[in-house]
Design a protein around this ligand. Structure first.
Ligand SMILES: [Ca+2]
Length: 524
């Protein structure tokens, strides 16, 4: 070996050694990043005090909003739990992860994807997933340092009942199932059985899972605040998902007779019937078997008010839990070093379009609440009406925490909006829904994929036949167009009106060019 080559090998070795030393030093001397308190709320529509509803009682979420930016035009990527959450947490859109239903794991199609909490874990954060962050049956252990569950509650604790009437229904169903040789026992040994859609129990907050997990979260916060490493704590709430089981004191906040009922109790006129699929979810509860289909006459007003009352009570129950978390951040003195993100995984119909629950491409289901508050937010107590998407949360949190934004992400960091909330932003938000993948067998004969964009003024939808074997779209079968300037509730489909042909063609081009062409001007 000649001398020059030996020197270059030694130099190379020294360079590698120095690089390693510097990179280790960099990691050690890097100031710990901000903490993240992540608050997913199941089925929470943007119908809160800070979103302009003066009847719903949400003082704590309103308080959170005063410390940050309330986003008034954020859209989920598919209006049902698993696809919405999988997309948000991978930073990829539903077609990229091929998750359009309630049972597919995103790791089936993108096994190596690094999720949002996993990325923070890789960067020195302690990541804890309490409650429902991913869809309950896809907990994704790779994402978490730990994923605690509270003893005594079912694996999916959304249908926990306390009142005698509901407990009797559960007991009788369990007896029937045992007699028929069937069971619905989960991996923790608990039965999962639904009863009525509502319950007002004279009980403490902690008698239901959401209260109990808040108590656990408070204990965890006290522990995490004393550690050197920053934390990413997700506290995923189950209410206001059905059943609307909440302590009586939250029901008592409202006079049922004064609550608003929907004033558009009919499907969008001129739209295909399948676009409002007639949600089966609410119908599966014992007291709701007679729920009419969207094309039928509206439900009795008394029943509607009962459900709306339950939804409001559930939201106020969760609001109180959020308040307990914020108080603990204050008490520990870590509020200013913590980013708090609160989001609801999709919208919800309380009688609008004569529908209940979620699972459409319409504004009422795709429009979601999102508040980013605390550390790093300059524009406090402000709103942003920029068109934003759930896929934007992942890159935003990376940038706020000083981490490099991973190249695979399909969203766009919203950090500029946290100081300048009214700047020019995306030209469109994209969502989709796979109709025919949900509900009982008679609802699953045909599958149709609807792709939609929401622009500043319009919502536009294209429906395609869907090949469920190949997971690919077939013929274009229907279009929908709604003008939010004249029809903010999306009651009249204008797609067949020749007066709107130019608009329709432009929106079709925009939809089919895709999300990259809708980014803020300088990022296209
Ligand atoms: Ca949900």
């Amino acid at each position: 070996m000649n001398r020059i080559r030996l020197i270059s090998i030694l130099n190379l070795a020294l360079f590698v050694l120095l690089s390693l030393t510097f990179s280790c030093n960099n990691t050690e001397t890097r100031p710990p990043g901000p903490n993240i308190l992540f608050i997913p709320v199941d089925d929470l529509r943007p119908d809160l005090g800070c979103y302009g509803n003066n009847q719903i009682i949400t003082p704590n979420i309103n308080r959170l909003a005063t410390g940050g930016v309330t986003f008034t035009r954020t859209y989920c990527q598919q209006a049902v739990c698993n696809p919405s959450r999988a997309s948000l947490l991978t930073g990829l859109r539903p077609d990229s992860i091929q998750v359009w239903d309630l049972y597919t794991s995103f790791r089936d199609h993108v096994p190596e994807v690094v999720t949002l909490p996993q990325y923070f874990k890789q960067n020195g954060y302690t990541t804890i997933g309490l409650g429902k962050t991913y869809h309950y049956n896809i907990p994704d252990t790779l994402s978490w340092t730990s994923k605690p569950h509270i003893d005594g509650y079912p694996f999916d604790p959304d249908a926990v009942y306390l009142n005698e009437e509901n407990l009797k229904i559960q007991e009788s169903k369990i007896e029937q199932m045992i007699a028929a040789g069937r069971n619905r026992i989960d991996q923790l040994g608990h039965w999962y059985v639904k009863a009525n859609a509502i319950e007002s129990a004279d009980a403490d907050d902690d008698a239901y899972f959401d209260g109990a997990q808040t108590t656990l979260a408070i204990e965890l916060l006290a522990d995490l605040a004393g550690k050197k490493d920053p934390f990413f704590l997700s506290v995923g709430y189950y209410r206001p998902h059905l059943p609307f089981n909440a302590p009586k004191k939250y029901w008592d906040l409202y006079d049922r007779e004064t609550l608003p009922i929907a004033d558009n109790q009919y499907p969008p006129q001129g739209s295909p019937e399948f676009a409002m699929h007639g949600d089966r979810e609410l119908r599966s509860y014992d007291d709701c078997h007679n729920l009419p289909l969207p094309g039928e006459a509206p439900w009795d007003e008394e029943r509607q008010r009962e459900l709306i009352h339950g939804y409001y009570a559930s939201v106020s129950y969760i609001d109180a839990q959020v308040g307990r978390l914020l108080e603990e951040l204050d008490r520990l003195g870590i509020m200013e070093n913590t980013i708090v993100v609160l989001w609801g995984d999709h919208g919800w119909k309380l009688g609008e379009h004569n529908g209940w629950c979620k699972q459409t491409n319409y504004e009422i289901d795709t429009h979601v609440p999102m508040i980013i508050s605390g550390y790093g937010v300059e524009a406090r107590n402000q709103e942003s009406d920029a068109l934003t998407e759930f896929v934007d949360i992942y890159p935003t949190l990376c940038e706020m925490a000083g981490l490099e934004i991973p190249g695979h992400l399909q969203g766009h960091s919203m950090v500029p909006l946290l100081s300048t909330p009214h700047m020019g932003w995306k030209e469109a938000a994209f969502s989709q829904f796979l109709m025919g993948r949900f509900g009982p067998p008679e609802a699953r004969i045909y599958e149709r994929m609807g792709y939609t964009i929401r622009t500043d003024r319009y919502r536009y939808v294209e429906w395609y036949n869907w090949d469920k074997e190949k997971n690919s779209k077939g013929d274009l079968i229907a279009k929908e167009l709604f003008d939010h300037e004249t029809d903010p509730q999306e009651n009249q489909n204008l797609a067949t009106d020749p007066l709107h042909l130019n608009t329709l063609n432009n929106l079709s081009q925009q939809l089919n060019k895709g999300w990259r062409y809708a980014l803020p001007e300088k990022n296209k």
